[in-house]
Design a protein around this ligand. Structure first.
Ligand code: FAD
Length: 471
């Protein structure tokens, strides 16, 4: 009997539910498959850095699987539609009896899987697994069997459910009798790739697990007091690994509990656990409301906001040339490394939507095109939160002041100085409003003046939202 594991966003050997299930029968021949779909990636504006991260991890996975006697085949097809007949033929050629895969919850991905199962019905048994979440979407609902609209009660219900029984990790497969086998060559992918800094994001499951372990030992306990300051490494930075499935959320949970045993009861580490639950919240939400995958706001009246969508301003935001140092430094961090600190994601998203009055979907798209940790559910959730169009969003009249946000979360300007050397001579206390200082002292700065006045922008945005709400 032959078992096929179709790898997608689960590029790991350890704690991979589909892979473990495929390997359970020790007599089965197990083979793996990964299909790159460049046209689909273009349509989804996959970031070249994430494409690079995927490719590097495919190399690592291919070698690790071959060591265990599991050949990983790779192919390049245009898009998801093309996958269906191709896999069907692949199953024929390789005499596949059963297909194992881990669910993806995005709409196009779900449609593809439903179509494939239908196509294979009757000659290949298909089994899907809820692998990329701790609890399956649909398993944490309100008393009225609806998805929660607000995070806090969701989180409470979630923790209660977790306390009833933790989802366990599964082992990496043992070597098959055929081990080691030859690793098939990796297909070339016709998609731009850009290498990320491997000091920041080292490649491989071992490196990812070490990063997770180190954070849970040394950072998770103080996460609540350190997480908001972008100048320090107060967060785990495991998001790129979670996004493409080099790490699983179960590994995160169990490592956390091994190092911080009181995290489930609100002790040290609980705030970080809450972030993992945010991740689940947005995945559950997107599964329950597929319209979120089609660019729809959760709050429908926000569809009527008359966006300004000024191209020049949008370009200035993308390039980190808005004249607001915390915004610009943040955008440079993302443009140059593929990752941005969470506090900064909130600040720049708020700035785009509420200071420049640009449609949040433009920012959402730009983020995905840059981020090494791009994830549709988390990104959409974060943008809709910032734009006050989503579930549990900040109310529309709550507008971040980019200058005071900078003063609060980068008080000494250590983060800003790292990314904006042009502000080198500006004293710390003036760093968040450098032109007031420069004008007073007759200094010229090689740095743009603010492209909008925050106070005026705030008034205009409030008016635009109010008009939309009334219409
Ligand atoms: P930590 O603080 O160490 O948190 C641990 C893990 O929890 C993260 O790796 C992530 O998987 C999850 N997590 C943390 N915060 C959130 C959150 N608010 N929503 C969902 N999951 C969360 N996260 C992505 O993974 N991909 C995205 O494309 C993405 N886009 C975002 C866009 C905006 C506008 C905003 C405001 C947030 C976005 N986030 C996104 C959420 C968050 O900013 C990142 O997950 C976090 O900064 C990653 O760094 P970390 O691994 O050090 O996180």
């Amino acid at each position: 009997t032959t078992h096929l594991v179709w790898f997608r966003a689960d590029l790991r050997l350890h704690d991979n539910l589909a892979l473990a299930a495929a390997c359970r029968n020790s007599n089965a021949r197990v083979i793996g498959l990964f299909i790159a779909t460049p046209e689909q990636w273009h349509a989804h504006t996959l970031a070249p850095r994430q494409a690079w991260f995927i490719r590097e991890h495919l190399h690592a996975l291919r070698d690790a699987l071959a060591q265990r006697g599991i050949p990983l085949y790779t192919a390049q097809l245009d898009d998801f539609d093309a996958c269906i007949p191709w896999i069907s033929e692949f199953c024929d050629t390789h005499r596949v009896d059963a297909l194992f895969y881990n669910y993806q919850y995005e709409l196009n991905e779900r449609k593809r899987d439903v179509a494939l199962e239908k196509h294979l019905d009757g000659f290949v048994t298909c089994q899907g697994f809820d692998d990329s979440v701790l609890l399956a979407p649909g398993s944490v609902l309100t008393g009225g069997r609806e998805m929660y609209k607000v995070f806090t009660p969701f989180s409470r219900a979630y923790l209660k459910k977790l306390a009833e029984g933790l989802p366990e990790c599964v082992h990496a497969p043992k070597a098959r009798p055929s081990a080691p086998c030859e690793a098939p060559p990796l297909a070339a992918f016709d998609y731009p790739v850009e290498a990320a800094d491997e000091m920041l994001f080292p490649v491989g499951e071992t490196a990812a697990l070490a990063k997770l372990r180190q954070f849970c030992q040394q950072g998770a306990g103080e996460y609540d007091t350190r997480r908001d300051f972008p100048a320090i490494e107060g967060t785990s930075r495991v998001s790129p690994y979670l996004a493409i499935g080099v790490l699983s959320p179960r590994q995160c949970l169990h490592r956390l509990l091994a190092e911080q045993p009181k995290a489930l009861e609100g002790g040290p580490g609980a705030v970080w656990l809450n972030e993992l639950i945010w991740r689940e919240f947005y995945k559950h939400l997107m599964t329950y409301h597929p319209a979120l995958c089609r660019g729809k706001p959760f709050i429908s009246w926000t569809e009527n906001v008359a966006w300004d969508n000024d191209d020049k301003r949008f370009d200035a935001w993308c390039a980190g040339r808005t004249g607001y140092p915390i915004v610009d430094a943040a955008m440079l961090q993302m443009n140059r490394t593929g990752w941005m600190h969470n506090r900064l994601r909130m600040i720049v998203a708020s700035f785009l939507v509420k200071d420049l009055l640009i449609d949040w979907r433009q920012g959402e798209r730009y983020f995905i095109a840059q981020l090494i940790d791009g994830d549709l559910a988390a990104n959409n959730g974060g943008w809709q939160w910032a734009a006050s169009t989503g579930t549990d969003a900040a109310p529309y009249f709550r507008i971040f002041n980019p200058t005071t946000q900078g003063q609060k979360f980068d008080a000494q300007g250590a983060f800003i100085r790292r990314w904006l050397p042009a502000l080198g001579k500006v004293p710390d206390k003036s760093l968040h409003d450098p032109w007031s200082w420069a004008d007073k002292h007759g200094v010229t700065l090689d740095y743009p003046r603010p492209i909008v006045d925050h106070k005026q922008a705030r008034v205009a945005t409030l008016a635009a939202y109010e008009a939309a709400r009334k219409s």
